[in-house]
Structures are given as structure tokens and as C-alpha cells.
Design a protein around this ligand. Structure first.
Ligand code: SAM
Length: 236
């Protein structure tokens, strides 16, 4: 073999080796990326804080029309999964759902506005938020949500509707323009067949309406008190 041919063979071999190495490198990188735990968001983890909130939640009996824990956990999961940061709750009562929502927001770096018309429950909620260590993530308003919801600027990426059921559809209509695409509107005491609890028609009216909108995708979670979950897919 001439020197020239020998050199050409060497270069060819080197090029093949390089290609093989690049292929191997890419394969290993992709494999590692697939195997690594998914941590796409920068969640603020604080196990001691979590423990404090868990203890507080378990130390109370939540009987003031509050959501069951399974629904609180559901709201928490939706916020964490979607990294939501700007939340609105209509119907604070004494703050059970508000604590679950604000707990999730403490991890995503968000804030909750929560509204109640009843002074006693509002005051108790504010005290509960303080004791849970979540006050800084919550702006609790004592107001008639019929008026305040119209005035709030938003935009919101997460909403939980749990006040007067006959107003559910109106709340939704007022909030829709202020809900970001990709955001989520949830409502409580919704049954899959849309009949609603206690004979009220408000939930059924709301569910029929939101399901008629092509830019929303709605499911109902029936594990607890019934939560409708409507994701906004597009502006219209
Ligand atoms: C079912 S409770 C909310 C429970 C709360 N989400 C929880 O799980 O802890 C409903 C609350 O809505 C409030 N509410 C009813 N009508 C309202 C209105 N027009 N504006 C603001 N709050 C209202 C009531 O005072 C009551 O505290």
C-alpha cells in the first residue's frame, strides 16, 4: 500500500471512529435525559414547611362548608403540575381549600386572591392562613364576589369557584377573558351528570355552558365533592 493510500485509510478510519463516538454520545445523552426524574419546573422545596402545613391541616376539623381533603389535594396537584402562579378563589369560608391552593403556590412562586362575603368566616380564614404560615401567599378579600370578580384585573392561570352555586355561570363569564390560555377554571360540587348538589340548577347550567365552549376542555373529578376541571385551550 502506498503512503498516500495508507494516510487516506487512516483518515477514513478516524472519521468513522468520530462518527461512532458522536452517535454513542448522543445515544447516552438521550438515554440519560429519559432516565432522569422530570424536574422541568423550579419548585421551591421546603420539607419542614410542608410538615408544618400538613400538621396544621390535620389539627383542624374543617366543617364550615369546606372542601374534603381529597379535593384540596386535587387543586394542589393541578397547580403544581401546570406551574400556575396567579390564582383566584371565590368562596374562602374558613380557608381549607385556600390553604391547599396557597401551599402549592408557595412552591411555584405564586399568589392567591380569595374572596368571601361573610365577615366571621373571612376573619377565621385570615387567622388560619397566618397559623399555617401562608399569609404571604394570600390576599384575602372581604367582599361580594358578584362585584369584585368583575373589578379584578387578572390575568389568572388558576381559578377555584366555590361560592354561591346559582352564580357559577356568571362568575365564569366574568373571568373567562381574564383567564390565560393554558389556564384552568375549576368549580366545586359539580356532578358528572350536571345535576349539582342540593337541587340547585346553577352547577348544571354552568357545566352545560362550559362544555359547549370549543376552546375549553372539561372533565369532572368525582373522588370527593365533585370538581369540574376546565382547561382553556385557546382564546376563542
Ligand atoms: C362552600 S363555602 C367555601 C368553602 C371553601 N372553598 C373551603 O373549602 O374552605 C362557600 C363560601 O362562599 C361564600 N359566598 C357566598 N356567596 C358569596 C358572594 N356573593 N361573594 C363572596 N362570597 C360568597 C360564603 O360566605 C361561604 O363562606
Amino acid at each position: 500500500m502506498s503512503i498516500r493510500k495508507g494516510l487516506q485509510t487512516l483518515i477514513k478510519n478516524d472519521q468513522m471512529n468520530l462518527r461512532n463516538m458522536i452517535q454513542k454520545f448522543l445515544f447516552i445523552t438521550i438515554l440519560l435525559a429519559c432516565l432522569m426524574p422530570v424536574k422541568s419546573q423550579n419548585l421551591k422545596e421546603n420539607p419542614e414547611f410542608d410538615e408544618k402545613i400538613r400538621k396544621f391541616l390535620n389539627s383542624r376539623r374543617w366543617y364550615d362548608m369546606n372542601v374534603p381533603s381529597v379535593d384540596g389535594q386535587l387543586l394542589y396537584n393541578i397547580i403544581i403540575k401546570n406551574n400556575y402562579r396567579s390564582a383566584l378563589e371565590i368562596g374562602t369560608s374558613t380557608g381549607h381549600s385556600g390553604i391547599w391552593i396557597a401551599w402549592a403556590l408557595s412552591k411555584t412562586g405564586g399568589k392567591l386572591i380569595t374572596i368571601d362575603i361573610d365577615e366571621g368566616r373571612h376573619r377565621e380564614a385570615v387567622q388560619n392562613f397566618k397559623e399555617a404560615g401562608l399569609s404571604q401567599y394570600i390576599d384575602a378579600r372581604l367582599a361580594d364576589a358578584h362585584e369584585l370578580v368583575k373589578e379584578l384585573k387578572g390575568p389568572f392561570d388558576f381559578v377555584f369557584s366555590d361560592a354561591d352555586k346559582e352564580w357559577y355561570k356568571n362568575y365564569f363569564i366574568d373571568i373567562d377573558p381574564k383567564l390565560k390560555v393554558g389556564g384552568c377554571f375549576t368549580a366545586h360540587n359539580i356532578s358528572e351528570r350536571g345535576r349539582g348538589y342540593g337541587g340547585y340548577g346553577g352547577q348544571a347550567q354552568f357545566l352545560t355552558y362550559v362544555r359547549s365552549l370549543p376552546n375549553y376542555e372539561t372533565t369532572v373529578n368525582s373522588a370527593g365533592g365533585g370538581v369540574s376541571i376546565s382547561y382553556k385551550k385557546a382564546d376563542k
